[in-house]
Design a protein around this ligand. Structure first.
Ligand code: SF4
Length: 415
């Protein structure tokens, strides 16, 4: 017997589903993929301050920062008057892991009850069978399309970051990115790799064609908890700020996070002697994703001058030299691995985004910085805290100091 409001098949016909925002490019494509399957997905945009204000009214302020902002965004959407609460459902992910990301849904339902929106169903998107909603089914076909959308999103984000700081005409990169997001929304139902390869090639060609300045810019890597790392709402538009300050952003795609989650099942199986169909499925899923990543890397190297991402197996290996791969709360070993990968690949300046209340990522983020600096003294890593009371200007001043150190290191190297 469920103790939550279920999203039924009947609701699917005329309900709008609101989801939190995070990766603008990826979610733009996924929104249209879901529309093809009859789901009216929508997002509610607004300012960080607005979402925080609403979030703090709805959940306790000792919760981790992403929980406050995500719940705040969904509550603000309902209260905005733009959506009919009797014809609206909310959507949120449940990771099924040990940290709070599995429990946002319960906090959200509590907040809905408190504000008199008990009739609003909350759809859980999870791969662990935590909740079932007959009106929303993540079928293999839909999942496949979402995964392809994710790779397209990763590629566009990756090359767009290598174009934006150098574009001759401001806004050119955004135009190419927007064009591809709306074009790819119409992904064919059974995409073959040749088709995807053709699209990759066309994407790379369009981004290469953007007229650019040939100047050297300071490269800054962004790592951290997945929400504050990617969400402009969560990190106070960090990417835009870095570009304004004359930097090139380097940020691994969400495909790495998916591979991290899947390989953890295999690592757990090895550590604790588990086996079964779930482990086998994750193993196959991992190999499928890793194969897809290698294909994408090959395309970037073959058809463009852009720098390609690092093979995930290498990223994993970097972490295993530093810590046990059983460390998997939050971003676990992946966070440390991403810092190491950046430094090893020549991106010495790294911002580690740390949300308030996130113990797991403080351990594998801030907690590993000293060790990394001991081994790579040339690295210039700074942890930036994101919490409801931290002023944007303080965050930006710390980043400016890190950039100044980075510039000094470049001058010393070139002297
Ligand atoms: S990883 Fe950290 S910020 Fe994210 S849900 Fe878990 S505790 Fe919260």
């Amino acid at each position: 017997m469920q103790n939550y409001k279920v999203f039924t098949k009947e609701m699917k016909k005329d309900y709008t589903i609101i989801a939190p925002t995070m990766l603008p490019i990826h979610f733009g494509i996924i929104k249209e993929v879901l529309r093809q399957y009859g789901y009216k997905l929508d997002f509610y945009e607004g300012t960080t301050e607005q979402m925080l204000k609403e979030g703090l009214k709805s959940v306790h302020n000792d919760l981790c920062y992403p929980a406050i902002i995500v719940i705040g965004q969904l509550m603000a959407a309902l209260k905005s008057g733009e959506f009919d609460p009797d014809k609206t459902a909310l959507m949120i992910t449940q990771t099924g892991g040990g940290c709070r990301a599995s429990n946002y849904i319960h906090l959200l339902r509590k907040a809905l009850k408190k504000s008199g929106y008990e009739q609003v169903p909350v759809i859980s998107v999870n791969a662990s069978g935590l909740e079932r909603h007959p009106g929303f089914k993540l079928t293999p076909a839909l999942l496949g399309k979402c995964l392809i959308a994710m790779w397209y999103g990763d590629l566009i984000m990756w090359v767009s970051n290598q174009c934006k700081p150098y574009e001759l005409n401001k806004g050119d990169t955004q135009k190419v990115s927007d064009h591809w997001v709306s074009y790819l929304a119409d992904i064919s139902s059974t995409p073959k790799f040749l088709q995807i390869k053709r699209q990759y090639k066309a994407i790379l060609r369009d981004f290469e064609a953007i007229p650019k300045h040939h100047v050297e810019k300071i490269k800054v890597g962004i790592v951290g908890e997945i929400y504050v790392k990617y969400s402009p709402l969560g990190n106070n538009h960090l990417e835009d700020f870095l570009i304004r300050e004359g930097a090139e952003v380097v940020m691994a795609g969400v495909g790495d996070f998916m591979m991290y989650c899947l390989s953890n099942r295999e690592i757990d199986a090895r550590l604790y002697g588990r086996c079964g169909i779930g482990v086998l499925t994750c193993k196959l899923g991992y190999h499928y994703l890793h194969h897809a990543q290698r294909k994408m890397i090959k395309c970037i190297k073959r058809f463009s001058h852009f720098k390609a991402p690092t093979d995930f197996e290498k990223v994993k290996k970097l972490a295993s030299d530093f810590m046990g791969l059983g460390v998997k709360m939050g971003e676990g070993w992946l966070l440390t691995a991403e810092m190491l990968e950046l430094v090893e690949s020549g991106v010495q300046n790294v911002i580690c985004t740390q949300p308030f209340g996130c113990l797991p990522n403080h351990i594998v983020g801030k907690g590993m910085m000293r060790k990394i600096k001991e081994i790579y003294p040339e690295s210039n890593i700074v942890a930036i805290d994101y919490d409801p009371s931290s002023a944007k200007v303080n965050q930006e001043n710390r980043i400016k100091l890190m950039l100044a150190n980075g510039m000094q290191n470049i001058h010393l190297k070139n002297a």
